[in-house]
Design a protein around this ligand. Structure first.
Ligand code: UD1
Length: 419
């Protein structure tokens, strides 16, 4: 088990580059199953979750090679093997192979996925959509089995704009017969990125980024090799922005699509943080203590649930009382207990956290319970007095590439220790 030892109190200063998006790379890698050929994916981050997806493709029979941040997948020899609990448990996003496997082979058997413990995270919307396209689904002994001689285009209305369900259904629909419309689709930038990849391999997808996505099914013979660059990671960029603000620093975050982080930037400005936006960078200037603000997480373009824990760390040092309401996941306040151990004054009432800003946080021995909770603890530690020890940092490694190196380069004092 590895830990991070963080000595807080240093301002972050300089320039940091956000890596490619984890949540865009994962569905694109799953979609590589569809073309039964070569896909070259640039700007893939080097993260544990990405390694799990590479391993899964390799297990299914793909040839996967990695050169720096480029992943090359040759999916010609993939077979519809059963995907066991041992693989699926390592990452919830493994469920993204469901649509692509069903689309290409007409059958798939996967164990229910694992992942961050931030709520029940069911898959009913994925399965209902596939059923509407003609798949027969059976669920037994913790496995999902889906079969369809031929998937057919369907009109699907999602009860809520699930990111994973939208992605799975887009992938399944690419090789289906006829036109599929996904209504109330998720509008996240990662969905648009997936559309771009699917069109690059010969799919006919339009409308990503809006509520309605239309996929015209094509024959497998129309699939082709493709080269694709994934978009920058908006959550990583957002985390660096909050890290700068919480340390009262001055940092330029590069490799950013500012429009993708506008919901965060609006809140940072409201809190009094200096923000300057360029074409592909954001300059952040911490102006001392931030003002209290209220936040409600929502699907994109609302405030991202994946930035909620980091904002809570920042607001725990704000002037005044803030309220954060979490509407996307029902169990996403696990960082509260750890922040409290550092001296934060936070009370949870149902789906809301009431955060009374305190003058200072102090170091403690704390534990990351999930990926973004882990990030929030790193940020709190950067601002805290004394040293902090963060355990269970494997969660942080799932989603941040060389986080401590990036922050040390900006002036932080973080050491990774193995025990
Ligand atoms: C993705 C992101 C995750 C982010 C989340 C919300 C990836 C790999 N992960 O997760 O980082 O926090 O979007 O922005 O991209 N739901 C159902 N039934 C379903 C599917 C989802 O009820 O069949 C519910 C979930 O329980 C949750 C909500 O919908 O409450 C949103 O989940 P969803 O958008 O599907 O998140 P993920 O795709 O798992």
């Amino acid at each position: 088990m590895q830990k991070l030892l963080i000595v807080g109190g240093n301002r972050l200063e300089g320039t940091v580059r956000a890596s490619g998006s984890k949540n865009a790379t994962l569905p694109v890698l799953a979609a590589c199953i569809l073309n039964a050929g070569v896909s070259t994916i640039h700007e893939a981050p080097r993260l544990r979750d990405i390694s799990v997806m590479k391993f899964l493709l390799h297990y299914l029979g793909a040839k996967v090679t990695n050169e720096g941040s480029t992943i090359i997948v040759d999916s010609s020899n993939i077979e519809p093997l059963e995907i066991s609990e041992g693989i699926m448990r390592r990452m919830r996003a493994s469920n993204l192979v469901l649509g692509a496997m069903l689309g290409r082979f007409g059958r798939v058997k996967i164990s229910y996925p694992g992942g961050c413990q931030i709520g029940s995270r069911p898959m009913d919307l994925h399965l209902k959509g596939l059923q509407a396209m003609g798949a027969v689904i059976r669920e037994k002994f913790g496995y999902i089995m889906a079969e369809a001689k031929k998937l057919t285009g369907a009109d699907i209305h999602l009860d809520l704009p699930s990111v994973g369900a939208t992605e799975n259904l887009m992938m399944a629909a690419v090789l289906a017969e006829g036109v599929t419309t996904i209504r109330n689709a998720a509008k996240e930038p990662e969905i648009v990125d997936l559309q771009n990849y699917l069109n690059a391999i010969g799919g006919r997808v339009k409308g990503a980024g809006t509520d309605n996505i239309k996929i015209e099914g094509v024959a497998h013979s129309q699939m082709k090799p493709a080269v694709h660059s994934v978009i920058p990671d908006r959550i990583e960029a957002g985390t660096h922005i909050v890290a700068t603000a919480i340390t009262g620093g001055e940092v330029t975050v590069t490799n950013v699509i500012p429009e993708h982080i506008e919901p965060l930037l609006a809140k940072m400005r409201e809190a009094g943080v200096g923000i300057t936006v360029g074409d592909d960078f954001v300059r952040v200037r911490g102006n001392g203590r931030v003002k209290s603000i209220d936040i409600k997480t929502m699907p994109y373009p609302g405030f991202p649930t994946d930035m909620q824990p980091q904002m809570m760390a920042l607001l725990s040092l704000a002037e005044g009382t803030s309220v954060i309401t979490e509407t996307v996941f029902e169990n996403r306040f696990k960082h509260v207990g750890e922040l409290r151990r550092m001296g934060a004054d936070i009370k949870v009432e149902g789906q809301s956290a009431i955060i009374k800003g305190v003058d200072k946080l102090s170091g403690a021995c704390i534990e990351a319970s999930d990926l973004r909770a882990g990030a929030s603890l790193v940020l709190a530690s950067l601002a805290a007095e004394n040293g902090t020890v963060i355990e269970n940092i494997n969660h942080i490694d799932r989603g941040y590439e060389r986080l401590e190196q990036k922050y040390n380069f900006l002036g932080a004092r973080i050491v990774r220790v193995h025990n």
